[in-house]
Structures are given as structure tokens and as C-alpha cells.
Design a protein around this ligand. Structure first.
Ligand code: AMP
Length: 212
């Protein structure tokens, strides 16, 4: 009797990363068989019967992969920098969903004599960045529309993703300091590389060829 090849699950961050991953998933032969925007299925079969996709919130992708709910993950570097855990490898920069993490606000926002109030959904990255600069801050944790915080006096500035800069401009805000460049990464559960070696390496090699 031949051994059954184990199937492999890829967790992909919802939204922009999923949309930008589709071409790559298709080229790697693992495009979803159903349209995830129409389907209510939580697990999507792909063109490869051994590979399936789960589309989850970006912040949940590292958790799924670290604890083996998924073997591979596709997620932004911003989410990985904020995530506290190391149960996975990060072998590949997929070069998609490129943007940057930046400090933004009104032009003179950083010149305040008071303790700087920074609104963000990235408290860890923000804490580390300002600590390095020797600047004391108070972090206001938000879950969306960071740009609103300086406009209503909730914070002096924000730490957020910036792509074209149009959202900032539309709200009279400026990119004040760049923290780092961001793109989507492939992450791999450490155990899966051993227990599902053949299919993991095959898929990893395919992705590698497509992005390098
Ligand atoms: P933009 O107006 O093009 O600078 O985009 C800024 C808005 O889009 C902000 O609300 C960001 O949080 C969000 N954004 C920009 N780039 C990304 C990305 N790669 N992934 C997810 N959200 C992003």
C-alpha cells in the first residue's frame, strides 16, 4: 500500500494581500476553485487537490501557522513585526502588497513639548521605534482609520501603512518619518517542513521561482 500524501493548508491574509496573491497562487497551480468573495466556505479547495486555502484576518495568519492550523501563510511584514512568536520560518519575500510603515501627522506634529501621543494598530513596532529615538510617547491603540485620530485631537501623530500617500493627503496629513518598507511574506510552520516535506518543498520551490 502506498503512503497517503498529506494535504497542505495555506492561510492567506484577507483583503489586499489575498487579492495581490491571486496571480501568484494561480501561477503556482493553487488558485482557489471558488470565488472567496461569493463563497461562504471557510476552507477553499484549489486546483491542486493536495492544497487548500483559508482566508483569515491578517493578524490571525501567524497564529494559524505557528500552531499548525495552517502549514504556510501569506501575510504582511507589518503583521509579522508586531507578532510575538517564533513557531515559523519566513523564507520568502513575495514582493507583493508593497508599502511602508511611517509616522504621519500634521506638519509640526513631532515638535510638541508634551509627551507625544501616537495612535496606531502597531503598538510594539511604535514602542520600539520611538524608544530607539529616545522619544517618550503614549500609545493609543486603534483598530482602524488611524488617520482620523490627529484630526479630532485624539493623538499628535499616527504610525500606519502608507502606499500612495493619497489617504494622508486627503486628510491634510503628511508622512513625517519612514520606519521601514513592507511587503507580503511567505511563512512556513516549522514542523510542517518535516512532516510534509515533499509537498512543502515543492510548493516553496515553486513560489521561489516565481518571485526571484
Ligand atoms: P494610500 O492612501 O495608498 O497611502 O493607502 C493608505 C491606506 O491603505 C491606509 O489606511 C493603510 O492602512 C492602507 N494600506 C496601504 N498599504 C497597505 C497594504 N499593503 N496592506 C494593507 N493596507 C494597506
Amino acid at each position: 500500500m502506498s503512503a497517503v500524501t498529506p494535504s497542505l493548508t495555506i492561510a492567506v491574509a484577507k483583503g489586499r494581500i489575498f487579492k495581490e496573491s491571486l496571480a501568484l497562487l494561480t501561477a503556482a497551480g493553487v488558485a482557489p476553485r471558488d470565488d472567496p468573495e461569493r463563497s461562504r466556505k471557510l476552507i477553499l479547495e484549489t486546483e491542486n487537490p493536495l492544497v487548500r486555502l483559508v482566508i483569515v484576518r491578517a493578524t490571525d495568519v501567524p497564529t494559524y501557522v505557528e500552531y499548525g492550523g495552517a502549514d504556510f501563510g501569506i501575510v504582511g511584514k507589518d503583521t509579522l513585526l508586531e507578532y510575538d512568536g517564533d513557531g515559523f520560518y519566513e523564507p520568502l519575500d513575495l514582493g507583493i502588497a508593497r508599502c511602508r510603515l511611517a509616522v504621519a501627522g500634521r506638519q509640526a506634529a513631532l515638535t510638541t513639548n508634551e509627551r507625544l501621543r501616537v495612535a496606531t494598530k502597531y503598538p510594539e513596532i511604535t514602542r520600539r521605534y520611538f524608544e530607539k529615538q529616545g522619544v517618550q510617547i503614549e500609545i493609543i491603540k486603534l483598530y482602524g482609520s488611524m488617520e482620523l485620530a490627529p484630526l479630532v485631537g485624539l493623538a499628535d501623530c499616527i504610525v500606519d501603512l502608507v502606499d500612495t500617500g493619497k489617504t494622508l493627503m486627503a486628510n491634510g496629513l503628511h508622512e513625517l518619518e519612514q520606519i521601514c518598507g513592507i511587503s507580503a511574506r511567505l511563512i512556513v510552520n516549522k514542523a510542517a517542513l518535516k512532516t510534509k516535506y515533499a509537498i512543502s518543498v515543492q510548493l516553496l520551490t515553486q513560489f521561489e521561482r516565481l518571485v526571484t
